[in-house]
Design a protein around this ligand. Structure first.
Ligand code: FDA
Length: 310
């Protein structure tokens, strides 16, 4: 088992929850410096500038206005309005192949299902009118049932919506059989701190689960976003899709802003469909902690800069 996944990842995510750690990261220069590697900026304009630059490299964009687990209806309405603004900006920049990605807890899921649905429905309707795809991120395992229920309701309203499925969750192997027929799926490994009872804890099992899920989704006719930076999985998937007749019409690679830019550019240069997930906004701390936990070298970079500052 890789040390980073088996031991360090949960440890980093656990420590990151402490308010003093949050203050240390968000209020110091090294913390903000690490954030700028993974976050496009705090404004929609900065995110759009990244999308325009990526478009020049034949890479599509997916805007993610950062935020999660909002506590008030006003915060949820603010998130909805931020997405409406993002849809408007993408609609105005027609040369960009752009989509948006939302988190249901950002749209009010912790407040009530009704609040969340009302906000999501407004986003779905605006996105459909602008011919823009809406993807629903998958958050921690306690939200999976609600997220899949919302997905079914959303898919009845518009086919331009899809969901992320996490290969580290044991249940995902069953969940993929209950998705709406041919709805778009973003396949990810999973980034949250989860109890061992609900996930594969060994990285090799997470990777094997990813490969199995991909095969199932491909065979069942789903459009699939292969959202990983893992070169081994990417190579296997390339071979599998190359061997099909129409696979590349419904499979694309997706990666995170700031992660494996070399691989993003290489795949796009070779003519494969690539889309980059572009997070922006002021609520970047939880997102950043997940990126740090995935690769402890990111954390060492932050700590060494912090020590140098003293
Ligand atoms: P893995 O962790 O095995 O990494 C493979 C290689 O990628 C590493 O060896 C390293 O080179 C590079 N790498 C990975 N992470 C890095 C980092 N943070 N910094 C630097 N290098 C890094 N998760 C979730 O739970 N719900 C969701 O909705 C989404 N959505 C999403 C969208 C998109 C487009 C992507 C690419 C990812 C997500 N994720 C996600 C995150 C996902 O679950 C996962 O945590 C990360 O993608 C890292 O895992 P990899 O698949 O890249 O493999």
């Amino acid at each position: 088992m890789a040390l980073s996944t088996g031991v360090l990842r949960p440890a980093i995510l656990r420590v990151a929850h402490h308010p003093w750690v949050r203050r240390l990261v968000t209020r110091t220069r090294p913390g903000r410096a690490v954030a700028t590697r993974f976050v496009a900026g705090e404004t929609l304009e900065q995110a759009m500038a990244v999308a325009v630059a990526l478009d020049r490299q034949r890479t599509a964009a997916m805007l993610d206005h950062l935020g999660e687990n909002v506590e008030t209806d006003e915060q949820a309405a603010f998130a909805r309005d931020s997405y409406l603004a993002a849809i408007e900006a993408l609609a105005a920049a027609r040369e960009i192949d752009g989509a948006i990605s939302v988190k249901l807890t950002q749209l009010g899921l912790d407040r009530s299902m009704d609040t969340c649905w009302a906000n999501l429905a407004a986003v779905l309707d605006a996105a459909e009118a602008a011919h823009i795809l809406v993807m629903i991120d998958m958050e921690s395992h306690v939200y999976v049932d609600a997220t899949l229920a919302v997905l079914h309701r959303a898919f009845e309203r518009t086919p331009s919506v899809g969901v992320a499925i996490q290969s580290y969750l044991l249940r995902s192997q069953r969940d993929v059989f209950d998705l709406p027929a041919r709805c778009r799926v973003r396949l990810v490994k999973g980034a949250y701190l989860e109890p061992p009872a609900v996930v594969y804890v060994d990285k090799r099992d997470v990777d094997a689960s990813y490969a199995r899920l991909f095969s199932t989704l491909l065979a069942r006719g789903h459009p699939i976003d292969v959202a990983t930076h893992d070169p081994r999985l990417i190579a296997g998937i390339r071979r599998a899709v190359d061997a099909t007749e129409d696979g590349w019409s419904r499979v694309e690679f997706q990666m995170l802003y700031g992660v494996r830019r070399d691989l993003q550019a290489r795949l796009a240069g070779e003519g494969y469909p690539v889309r980059v997930y572009i997070p922006y906004g002021s609520e970047w701390y939880p997102y950043l902690t997940r990126r740090m936990a995935e690769r402890p070298a990111n954390l060492w970079f932050f700590l060494s800069n912090l020590v140098r500052m003293r």
